[in-house]
Design a protein around this ligand. Structure first.
Ligand SMILES: Cc1cc2nc3c(=O)[nH]c(=O)nc-3n(C[C@H](O)[C@H](O)[C@H](O)COP(=O)(O)OP(=O)(O)OC[C@H]3O[C@@H](n4cnc5c(N)ncnc54)[C@H](O)[C@@H]3O)c2cc1C
Length: 145
């Protein structure tokens, strides 16, 4: 591409929005160029976590020309398997997902519905807002000091 070339449309960024737009423009034979400061899907490759999971049901994972065709359109099994009442299951999941160590004893106390104190909460996360957590705990009826 040279600086004196002309295009009808310039798409900035080759993330999935930019790539989807490019696909739609191509289908309509609209002359365009995609400008990307890094490589294709740059932010997904370099600015996201390895543990990244899609947050939406599989059937919603669509791009122009691509729809989910697997045998698990809901995809909730990915989380429901965790509800086996075993603190170790959650601890192992959380360590992989959040990429840090998680205090098993503190998780066990939560599973036992031990009275929630700021000290117990801090064993699970140093980044929490105690006021916000208290509000959430009251809302779901978790016993709290
Ligand atoms: C930290 C973080 C974690 C996330 N985790 C998840 C998750 O677990 N699951 C999930 O479903 N979603 C997650 N998201 C959301 C998801 O990443 C975005 O919704 C999605 O990437 C948006 O797609 P996009 O194509 O609009 O933008 P992006 O994917 O960000 O693509 C934008 C592209 O444009 C390029 N670009 C930007 N500026 C310029 C420029 N001036 N010139 C040229 N190129 C440029 C960038 O390099 C990039 O390639 C997360 C977002 C963040 C910030």
């Amino acid at each position: 591409m040279s600086f004196d070339e002309r295009f009808d449309v310039i798409v900035i960024g080759a993330g999935h929005a930019g790539l989807a737009m490019s696909r739609c423009l191509t289908e309509r034979s609209i002359d365009h160029v995609v400008l990307e400061r890094g490589e294709v899907a740059n932010s997904w490759r370099t600015e996201r976590w390895d543990s990244l999971r899609l947050l939406t049901p599989n059937w919603q994972s669509r791009l122009p020309g691509f729809g989910y065709e697997g045998d698990d359109p809901d995809g909730s099994e990915d989380l429901l398997w965790m509800l086996d009442a075993d603190p170790l299951t959650y601890r192992n999941f959380a360590e992989e997902y959040y990429e840090r160590s998680v205090n098993l004893e503190a998780v066990r106390q939560i599973y036992d519905h031990t009275l929630l104190t700021e000290n117990l909460a801090l064993k699970l996360s140093h980044e929490l807002s105690w006021d916000a957590l208290k509000k959430d705990a009251l809302e779901i009826g978790y016993p709290i000091l």
